[in-house]
Design a binder for this molecule. Structure first.
Ligand code: ATR
Length: 270
């Protein structure tokens, strides 16, 4: 049976084994998928051992996505743009290919709720999670992507890096103006229950808010967005399922149906 896994540290709460097991059942693919904790200082060894024991592909999560980028022998263009790898694949020629499906997952989930073309989008945060989604967002023909971050210089660096890929600019939290069609929270502020410091005037009744985080109840960012009158606040569970579906396609050549898996997952986190 073909063997797949997700590597991270910690990894015990990963939803990926459940998601990929459901995808495999749905598409009648024979495969196994486990969660494996790699030691913080032993990522490359864990990869070498996995692939030398017949592993066909794996997902990579926190904190190893940048190390996976370095470990891969070939990179897809979207992995190069993201500067990080969440999917590794053993190619027919024996090379390990690094890909990044996070941006696909976000864009696919957003498309369930809205058309992205010609929209004005605010991206909060300028870490790895932000960088992974910028290329795929710009590819949707959006009007403008504004990045705001607590540390301004990091937002500026990302805006410069992607300048030739679309209309992108950096702006400090305090100088943000106008209202946005879509506000995406990629900061890790939600983990500590805090909010990026943005003005309520950026949210109007047609604004859709998206928090890349998810939990059983609404995230603090999504609760805040709804209190400010946002039209809709979506959490990152659909992005998680979307990136997994795209990884599954990279490995198996078949795209699984996402809605039933998202519904099953939603039930388990409640
Ligand atoms: P990730 O890979 O999840 O993006 P990261 O690279 O550590 O993780 O980036 C975390 C992001 O969340 C950064 O944009 C960080 O802002 P700084 O660049 O200024 O550090 C942002 N962040 C974390 N905690 C925050 C908070 N309490 N308020 C606002 N932004 C926060």
């Amino acid at each position: 049976m073909d063997r797949y896994a997700v590597f991270g540290n910690p990894i015990n709460h990963s939803k990926s084994p459940m998601i990929h097991t459901l995808f495999a059942q749905q598409t009648a693919q024979q495969l196994s998928y486990q969660a494996i904790e790699a030691p913080i200082d032993g990522f490359a060894e864990a990869m070498t051992s996995f692939f030398s024991q017949g592993g066909k592909g794996c997902n990579i999560t926190v904190p190893f996505k940048e190390e996976a980028f370095v470990f891969a022998q070939q990179l897809t263009s979207r992995a190069k743009l993201a500067g990080a790898v969440n999917t590794l694949l053993l190619s027919d020629s024996g090379d390990i290919i690094g890909d990044n499906t996070d941006g696909f997952g976000l864009v696919h989930d957003l498309q369930q709720y809205m058309e992205l073309a010609n929209k004005r989008i605010l991206l909060l945060g300028a870490g790895g999670a932000a960088r992974g989604v910028i290329g795929p967002l710009l590819a949707q023909g959006i009007e403008e992507l504004v990045i705001a971050n607590r540390t301004d210089a990091k937002a500026q660096t990302l805006a410069t890096l992607f300048a030739d890929k679309g209309n992108i600019k950096a702006c400090s939290f305090t100088a943000l103006a106008g209202d946005f069609d879509l506000v995406i929270n990629s900061t890790s502020a939600s983990l500590s229950g805090s909010l990026p410091p943005i003005a309520s005037t950026l949210i109007s009744k047609h604004t859709i808010c998206y928090d890349m985080m998810y939990k059983a109840e609404a995230t603090v960012f999504n609760l805040w967005a709804l209190e400010q009158g946002a039209e809709l606040a979506i959490d990152g569970l659909g992005m998680l399922v979307g990136q997994a579906a795209e990884s599954f396609k990279v490995w198996r050549g078949i795209t699984p149906a996402m809605p039933p898996v998202l519904a099953a997952l939603r039930k388990t986190i409640k």
